[in-house]
Design a protein around this ligand. Structure first.
Ligand SMILES: Nc1ncnc2c1ncn2[C@@H]1O[C@H](COP(=O)(O)OP(=O)(O)O)[C@@H](O)[C@H]1O
Ligand SMILES: [Mg+2]
Length: 259
């Protein structure tokens, strides 16, 4: 079930270094949110706080609230492993297990959560997840072949299939197309558009055309200079951000004056 995200007063640290300062943002369920901004402004850092992946780096922590459907994932008694099951993540570089079969790759995360899955349940989950990732027709006759044999674009869709096989509520994507050719990029963008009916999606992209094609809302992050924290400068409807942003900083960035 798709869920909303409500971030309040979020500060994100690597040890003493404040990397992202005071983010406040509300993300609707069943929407696609794009995060844009120059390199080093904290987009990836912020994204990883949404499923408690940030804190796996030694010394890294976050202060503030990330409420998912009203529950603060940084609250007492919350199990980060369970948060990561509900909030899945797709990375920049497709990272299938190269020697595992396509089917086993799809099941890799789901099996950690349900060790007693029957063969027919597993087969069904493989098909449903690959269909969901727009990959089924391309791989249905070679499910037992290694995932590493797929093209880059197919591998990225395989990683998306693996992520949705766990049945998350939210899918985070960190520059998922930056290593893909234009055709594969379009395939993944179409997929993002379809997934939105079932999931809340937050995608970091350095490609502004992509942000305007795939997202409903866009957040612009920026930094004042090296060593200063990244900030969410503006968050609004994507059409507003790209056509009539409220802040001059946003205007300068989207018109290519820096970054
Ligand atoms: N593992 C890390 N340890 C320390 N600092 C980091 C680490 N990862 C990123 N940073 C710093 O946090 C800031 C934001 O980085 P990042 O989130 O990767 O930016 P973006 O994704 O917008 O390019 C940068 O100053 C970067 O050097
Ligand atoms: Mg990044």
């Amino acid at each position: 079930m798709s869920q909303s995200i409500d971030v309040k007063n979020l500060n994100v640290y690597y040890g003493d270094f404040l990397a992202v300062e005071d983010v406040n943002v509300k993300i609707d369920a069943r929407s696609v949110t794009a995060l844009i901004g120059p390199s080093g402004c904290g987009k990836s850092t912020f994204l990883r706080t949404l499923n408690r992946m940030h804190e796996v780096i030694p010394g890294a922590y976050a202060e503030g609230e990330v409420n998912i459907n009203g529950e603060n994932i940084y609250g007492p008694g919350i199990d980060p492993v369970n948060v990561r099951r509900r909030v899945g993540m797709v990375f920049q570089k497709a990272n299938p297990f190269p020697t595992m079969s396509i089917a086993e790759n799809v099941l890799a995360g789901a099996k950690l959560n349900n060790k007693r899955m029957s063969k027919s349940e597993a087969d069904q989950l493989v098909e449903e997840s690959l269909r969901g990732a727009n990959l089924w027709e391309e791989v249905k006759n070679r499910l037992n072949k290694p995932g590493g044999g797929l093209s880059g674009g197919q591998q990225q869709r395989l990683c998306i299939a693996r992520t949705i096989a766990v049945k998350p509520d939210i899918v985070l994507m960190d520059e998922p197309c930056s290593a893909l050719d234009p055709i594969s990029t379009l395939a993944v963008e179409e997929l993002i558009h379809e997934l939105k009916s079932q999931y809340t999606i937050v995608i970091v992209t350095h490609n502004m055309q992509q942000a305007s094609r795939v997202s409903d809302k866009t957040g612009f992050f920026n930094i004042a200079g090296t060593g200063t924290p990244g900030k969410l400068i503006e968050f609004d409807e994507t059409t507003k951000i790209f056509n009539n942003p409220a802040k001059e900083e946003t205007e300068r960035y989207i018109s290519g004056k820096f970054g």
